[in-house]
Ligand binder design. Structure first.
Ligand code: NDP
Length: 310
């Protein structure tokens, strides 16, 4: 079978984790896959691993001209055929309490997980069929959101903002692209064991240690990293991506959560104020507030004593 006879898919963030698992699954099911990486050594490693049904693309999703060049490269190699799918998987998680998160870190989170996705969609949409009809049926867009795109967690506010944003972006895009027959499907994984958790473990929290959130943020980081390492592997997410690309009528959202009721359905049913209360209890916020008040009283009485003594 030749490369031209296979339907082709672009997967961003193919170097590791969910992206690499998607590449493997899609090649296994007969697709030709273009996978985006940022380092030449990753390109060479993936080429050696996946062979003739894979071609690396070199771009950072925040670099508009590199993304446009990659789209031209894919167009040239498609020889007039339509791209079957675009899997917007590339992403990062920037942790930290919002009050103390450097604004440039927040911007980097949104640029990578949201603005970057728009750049990639705009560059590849014509190849998926967002133009005068070409060879083959229109392709599909699969956006890698997260359970964190539905439910927010303290100290993951920047990531939540990016994924909540991606959810709204995807609904609007799906409705707009109906005009071309291009479907948009959102994948919502819970915790999955990938290198993203090693990156979270290596995140520098020293800046936050000096704030009132220090101990609680450390606890959440530890809990998340341990949970992430113990989570299931990315294969189920790759299966969901395959379903999104090949099912005749895929749902608009595909959650991939080990315990669907506890991890997805129930949090959606609980009132927000109840979740606030449970979160504050779990993180010991009322003790911290009591201590804050006691410290304030103490410094007030010290100041009063100082004034009276003058
Ligand atoms: P990984 O860290 O293993 O993979 C992230 C991928 O994104 C890497 O290939 C990375 O490339 C790439 N990437 C990061 N920043 C950029 C950028 N600016 N431009 C281009 N590529 C970039 O993590 P996962 O596989 O876990 O994450 C994949 C997606 O799944 C993300 O969108 C994440 O939010 C989402 N997700 C993950 C969950 C989990 O528990 N693991 C749960 C829910 C959603 P490089 O190697 O060059 O850094």
């Amino acid at each position: 079978m030749t490369r031209q006879s296979k339907r082709a898919v672009v997967v961003t963030g193919a170097s590791t984790g969910i992206g690499a698992a998607c590449v493997e699954m899609l090649i296994d099911r007969g697709f030709f896959v273009f996978g985006s990486v940022r380092r030449t050594e990753d390109a060479a490693r993936l080429q050696a691993r996946f062979g003739a049904d894979f071609a690396p693309l070199m771009f950072d999703v925040t670099d508009a001209s590199a993304v446009a060049r990659a789209a031209q490269e894919v167009e040239a190699s498609l020889g007039g055929a339509t791209l079957a799918g675009l899997v917007n998987n590339a992403g990062i998680a920037v942790p930290g309490p919002l009050l103390h998160l450097p604004v440039e870190d927040f911007r980097r989170q949104i640029e990578t997980n949201l603005v970057g996705q728009l750049q990639v969609v705009q560059a590849f949409a014509p190849l998926l069929g967002a133009r005068a009809p070409q060879g083959g049926p229109p392709g599909r867009i699969v956006n890698m959101s997260s359970v964190a795109g539905r439910f927010a967690t303290p100290f993951l506010g920047a990531y939540n903002a990016s994924k909540f944003g991606l959810e709204g972006f995807s609904d609007a895009l799906r409705r707009e692209l109906m005009i071309y027959g291009i479907d948009v499907i959102v994948i919502e994984p819970g915790m999955i064991a990938t290198p993203i958790w090693d990156k979270a473990d290596n995140a520098d929290f020293t800046h936050f240690d000096r704030t009132i959130y220090g101990p609680a943020a450390r606890r959440v980081q530890k809990w998340a990293v341990e949970g992430g390492h113990a989570a299931p592997g990315p294969e189920k997410v790759a299966e969901a991506v395959l379903r999104a690309l090949t099912s005749p009528r895929p749902p608009a959202r595909i959650p991939v959560v080990a315990n669907r009721f506890l991890g997805y359905t129930l949090p959606g049913l609980l009132p927000a104020r109840l979740v606030d209360w449970l979160t504050a209890r779990r993180l010991g916020f009322s003790e911290t507030r009591k201590k804050l008040r006691a410290d304030a009283l103490q410094s007030q009485s010290t100041a009063d004593g100082g004034e009276n003594g003058q």
